[in-house]
Ligand binder design. Structure first.
Ligand code: MSP
Length: 488
């Protein structure tokens, strides 16, 4: 599974971090199910946008992208992204050979043509007249388009129109949500034009050279999309590539769905390679007023500000629970704080501390028991909903279902009042609480990994259990510690 690779033209904002939170949730969920996962991310270092931004800053392009790539890595680290691979498109040892190999593999579909058109540097793409309003593209209002007139290599995208329609219509390449799938299909049913796949080196020297043509560099998207295969060995390690390709999931934002749903599978079809299985298209994080984050408005939310102000788990929880993964959402600090206090401090944190208090007072070890039938039903329901939220790409519903289960366990405590019980009756309840917390540690791991690990630790089990693991061991010595979260 992969995320998009951000441009290294500037520091990342919370929208970029959000994409990796979604991907990390998915990666951890699958690992929790006992699957092997390669989760790949990285940076998109070439193209006009990075080249121009470096010029504006007055440093060499390589120095400039290296500096920004460090920021990308630091942001992903700060949100506990558990990626296994970080691919950089400036990597001439691992990435370039694969891109050039792919170029050769699709060369039967490449031809040279003189071309003049409007180019959006922000999107790194040419636009048709009908896509232009007030001299700008839809995504970057205020950024004037450039007129580019050159001789480029063109890719015969039009040739793949019908194949792409079938691939997507039949869900062989499944696009979620439905609205994104329909938008792609309606685009494909219109006139599909061939696309420019290279740039004149004299105008843009910053890119991967076209094999056999010293005057051209490969267009930034034809260089960036292949990171998904070069990262797992295409062009450098064929055994690894064979093992992992095709990708199960590509996760991208709505502004770049067309590149991933159309260009990318067409390139793969042309090269005779398998197409990916699923494309998950998430929405945009906008500011509190619903405006797109932009430097000129000054409403950009810095991920480090968030992580330094709030617990990492709070930030992850907020974005996974409050923003629908398949739609746009407005960032709201009030909502983040409210959810932190109600759902993390009260619902989850209190359950852990009250349960462990009770067990501690009764000797500090997990007593004998058999998991309560009603609680088991609630757990199964939560797990079912969590699984469905992965299949349907509405992660927020899965997270809500997990918290519903946690609330049910709280209600169980309120109802059974274990502090009034003794003997076997009390033991039964305490066992149920310990087992519930073990299951909660497993269920929450993809969402709030730090708290999940802390629950396991305080419960006296060494590791966060896999979702399919058996039950808590009788006699486990609990290790009651600090509160999971403190109130804001
Ligand atoms: N470099 C390309 C991707 C190449 S993938 C082969 C690119 N980079 S980007 O830096 O502009 O965006 C990286 C990802 O962040 C994209 O998936 C994009 O949709 C996402 N987001 C950018 N702004 C966003 C928000 N405000 N909210 C959510 N996601 C956002 O595109």
């Amino acid at each position: 599974m992969t995320t998009a690779i951000p441009y290294t033209n500037a520091n990342l904002h919370i929208g970029h971090a959000y994409e990796n939170i979604l991907a990390d949730f998915l990666a951890r969920y699958y690992r929790q199910q006992g699957n092997k996962v390669i989760f790949q991310t990285g940076t998109d270092d070439h193209g006009l946008k990075n080249y121009k931004s470096a010029k504006e800053e007055g440093i060499s392009t390589k120095k400039f992208v290296d500096k920004n790539a460090k920021n990308v890595e630091a942001v992903f680290k700060s949100i506990s992204s558990s990626h296994d691979q970080f691919v950089r498109t400036v990597d001439s040892k691992k990435h370039w050979p694969g891109v050039q190999k792919l170029w050769k593999a699709i060369s039967k579909d490449l031809y040279k043509k003189k071309y003049t058109a409007k180019y959006c540097v922000g999107c790194e793409r040419f636009l048709l007249d009908k896509e232009i309003t007030k001299g700008c593209c839809e995504i970057h209002p205020g950024k004037k388009l450039e007129t580019i007139s050159e001789e480029n290599y063109f890719f015969k995208l039009s040739k793949y129109k019908n194949k792409l329609i079938t691939l997507i219509k039949t869900d062989k390449y499944k696009i979620q949500p439905k609205a994104a799938k329909n938008e792609i299909l309606s685009f494909l049913r219109g006139k599909v034009r061939d696309v420019s796949f290279s740039r004149e080196k004299s105008r843009l020297p910053w890119g991967i050279p076209v094999p056999g043509d010293n005057n051209q560099v490969i267009y930034v998207w034809a260089d960036a999309l292949p990171n998904y295969i070069t990262g797992i060995g295409y062009g450098s390690n064929s055994a690894k590539f064979k093992k992992w390709w095709p990708a199960q999931f590509h996760i991208v934002g709505k502004d770049i769905s067309r590149f991933h749903a159309i260009y990318w599978p067409a390139m793969l079809l042309s090269a005779g390679l398998a197409t990916p299985k699923e494309l998950l298209v998430h929405g945009f994080i906008n500011d509190e007023k619903g405006r797109k984050m932009s430097k000129s408005i000054g409403n950009v939310i810095d991920p480090f500000d968030q992580i330094n102000t709030y617990d990492l788990d709070t930030v992850r929880y907020y974005f996974l629970r409050s923003i629908p993964s398949n739609q746009d959402g407005n960032y709201s600090e009030t909502d983040l704080i409210d959810r932190h206090n109600a759902e993390l401090v009260n619902t989850l944190g209190n359950l852990l501390s009250r349960s462990l208090n009770l067990i501690e007072k009764s000797g500090g070890r997990v007593p004998k028991g058999k998991y309560d039938v009603t609680l088991k039903k609630e757990y199964n329901q939560a797990l079912k909903k969590l699984n469905e939220s992965i299949v349907n790409f509405d992660f927020h519903h899965g997270v809500a279902a997990v918290w519903k289960y946690i609330s049910k366990v709280n209600q169980y405590v309120d109802k059974t009042k274990p502090w009034t019980l003794d003997g076997k009756k009390k033991e039964k309840v305490l066992y149920n609480l310990a087992e519930s917390l073990r299951l909660i540690s497993a269920l929450t791991y993809p969402i709030i990994p730090n708290a999940s690990e802390e629950i396991a630790k305080q419960l006296g089990i060494k590791k966060v259990p896999l979702i399919k693991s058996d039950t808590i061991k009788v006699g486990t010595k609990i290790n009651k510690g600090k509160h999971l979260f403190s109130k804001i």
